[in-house]
Design a protein around this ligand. Structure first.
Ligand code: ADP
Ligand code: MG
Length: 221
């Protein structure tokens, strides 16, 4: 599902370059549920952004769902991203002026799905995630755990092949963090979605079927 070959990323600052990833080779099979871990600044977010096509490698090759990302132009890239990848962030990123239902439905606006169908699909997911009675709540009327479950529903509403989660439990207590991980695991198992979860929490990595460790921009074998 995901393949990186000899990938290097160097961020250019004024005078010097920051080598964020060095000769990364990685294969992730369809339906995998992997954790990506490593110290702060080791390159975890950079790796996620490469897979999402939000960042172009300085050298090397990135292949996602059978497509070499460098062959896409900007329009093709954003269409591919909308159809193939769901994102989950540490700080939930739910616009505060929309209800939970509208937040979940949001990716379908960009996909051109009409409103009634958008809301129907969003309601199905909220129901499935035990949030039916929160559908009309705004994000500030939800707990952190509920917000993150809404964010997972939003990530899934376009039926992506891949979920990329960057420290999704970083802002949650232990119990809610475990609940979010359980949900992601269940999503991966029941829908066959490939899930990559960035975390530097060792308690979270036990949910994964494999752990990818990065140190100073290099994968630790
Ligand atoms: P992590 O997510 O593991 O904390 P990142 O991938 O965010 O690590 O960053 C890896 C390295 O690249 C760090 O040294 C960071 O300071 C640097 N870095 C990240 N983004 C940029 C950027 N836009 N410009 C310059 N340096 C960056
Ligand atoms: Mg990061």
């Amino acid at each position: 599902m995901i393949r990186l070959e000899h990938v290097n990323v160097t961020y250019r600052l004024k005078r010097e370059g920051v080598e964020a990833l060095r000769d990364v080779n990685l294969t992730v099979n369809e339906g995998a549920f992997h954790a990506i871990t490593g110290p702060s600044g080791s390159g975890k977010t950079t790796l996620i952004q490469l897979i999402a096509g939000l960042l172009t490698p300085t050298s090397g090759r990135v292949e996602v769902a059978g497509h070499a990302l460098h062959e896409f132009d900007d329009t093709e890239m954003s269409r591919f991203r909308n159809q193939t990848i769901g994102f989950i962030f540490q700080f939930f990123n739910l616009p505060g002026y929309y209800t939970a239902l509208e937040n979940v439905a949001l990716p379908l606006v960009f996909a051109g799905v009409e409103e009634q169908e958008r809301h129907r699909r969003a309601a199905v997911l909220l129901e499935e995630f035990g949030l039916a009675d929160r559908a009309r709540h705004k994000p500030d009327q939800l707990s952190g755990g509920e917000e993150q479950r809404v964010a997972i529903a939003r990530a899934l509403v376009s039926e992506p092949k891949i979920i990329l989660a960057d420290e999704p439990t970083g802002n949650l207590d232990l119990e809610n963090g475990a609940r979010v991980m359980d949900l992601l695991k269940e999503v991966s198992r029941s829908r066959g979605v490939t899930v990559l979860v960035v975390t530097h929490d060792e308690k979270v990595t036990k949910f994964a079927d494999a752990v990818i460790r990065i140190e100073k921009g290099e994968l630790v074998p």
